[in-house]
Design a protein around this ligand. Structure first.
Ligand code: NDP
Length: 327
């Protein structure tokens, strides 16, 4: 039988962690024939809560769960890790400036990048969920020079899934009929959910909905969905974020179906005018354990302006963390 795959989850005692760990333990992250070993990282104050979650994981008697270890030291947590899910981050508190937020997160993602560089398995794959996810991923990546750039990703799969759900509702079709929807740019309110190339049942979605609905309804609904959930639930989205993290890794490992793509924030190679090195969302395919940016798409003027605006925000975030000496 196969050796267990080591999966490190940071912020394991948080809301997303709570929803995520049980999905991983049940085999949904990698597949129903792949045993996993969990390595949970928490800050010292949250280790006790993580121990409680580990007890519940034990009580699940999951056939594929080969064990759970808990750490408060990133060096240990990332030792031998194959899949690193960076969920824990410093949330924005009242009155906090953007620079302060990026600086606080630099203090988290720099040592984690270093620890991944030093001790992770050769095939490590990293997904950053903790916000600001794209720039946190950039910070971690810049401290892991020995890890190939394409192993660092940030999550826009939840935005992608939210876009699918809104379109399926509008068109009255199941989500499985939708193809080639894409999220571009930053995982933030400036993101661009695009239907320029999207199809349903062989038809172009852009021909079936009007531009006013796209601009005034669809795009803002997807981009502001997180806030709408906080408003309704009194807590931020957690289970849907965990579900999207599962989807992101599952697709990365198992591939995208022919004739379709998904969305992920990956290191730019300069495609579509996105500055090289930025971690930006693109339409991507996955094959043989690699995400690749879909090439050669024609970009219309509306899309161009939206992509440029979101990428400009990523450039600003990068310049800020550069000035702070975090990358
Ligand atoms: P959550 O588990 O709800 O969220 C964790 C992170 O995911 C946040 O940065 C959050 O961003 C982000 N996120 C990304 N996408 C989404 C989405 N669609 N919906 C909601 N969140 C999203 O936070 P908790 O506060 O419950 O838990 C965080 C845990 O992390 C705590 O237990 C804390 O101790 C731990 N932590 C661990 C660290 C470490 O291991 N070194 C470092 C820092 C914290 P946003 O805030 O913008 O919603």
């Amino acid at each position: 039988s196969q050796a267990p795959v080591n999966v490190t989850v940071t912020g394991a005692a948080g809301q997303i962690g709570y929803a995520l760990l049980f999905r991983i333990a049940s085999g949904q992250l990698l597949g129903q024939d792949v045993p996993v070993k969990l390595r949970l990282l928490e800050i010292p104050q949250a280790v006790k809560a993580a121990e409680g979650t580990a007890m519940e994981l034990e009580d699940g008697a999951f056939p594929l769960l080969a064990g759970t270890d808990i750490f408060d030291d990133p060096k240990q947590a990332f030792e031998g890790t194959n899949i690193a899910l960076l969920v824990g981050a410093r949330p924005r508190s009242k009155g906090m400036e953007r620079g302060d937020l990026l600086e606080a997160n630099g203090g988290i993602f720099k040592p984690q990048g270093e620890a991944i560089n030093a001790g992770a398995a050769d095939d490590v794959k990293v997904l950053v969920v903790g916000n600001p996810a794209n720039t946190n991923a950039l910070i971690a990546r810049s401290h892991a020079p020995d890890v190939p750039a394409d192993r660092f990703t940030a999550m826009t799969r939840l935005d992608h899934n939210r876009a699918l759900a809104q379109l399926a509702k509008k068109l009255g079709v199941p989500v499985t009929e939708l193809k080639k929807v894409a999220i571009w740019g930053n995982h933030s309110a400036t993101q661009y959910p695009s239907v320029q190339h999207a199809e349903f049942g062989g038809k172009k979605i852009a021909d079936a909905v009007d531009q006013a609905w796209l601009e005034n309804d669809f795009i803002p609904t997807v981009a502001k969905r997180g806030a709408a959930i906080i408003e309704a639930r009194g807590l931020s989205s957690a289970a849907s974020a965990a579900s999207a993290a599962i989807d992101h890794v599952y697709t990365w490992v198992n591939g995208t179906p022919a004739g379709d793509w998904t969305s992920a924030a990956v290191v730019s190679d300069g495609s579509y005018g996105v500055p090289e090195g930025l971690i930006s969302s693109f339409p991507v395919t996955a094959k043989d354990g690699k995400y690749e940016i879909v090439q050669g798409l024609e970009i219309d003027d509306f899309s161009r302006a939206r992509i440029d605006a979101s990428v400009a925000e990523l450039v600003e975030e990068r310049d800020t963390v550069q000035k702070l000496g975090l990358i």
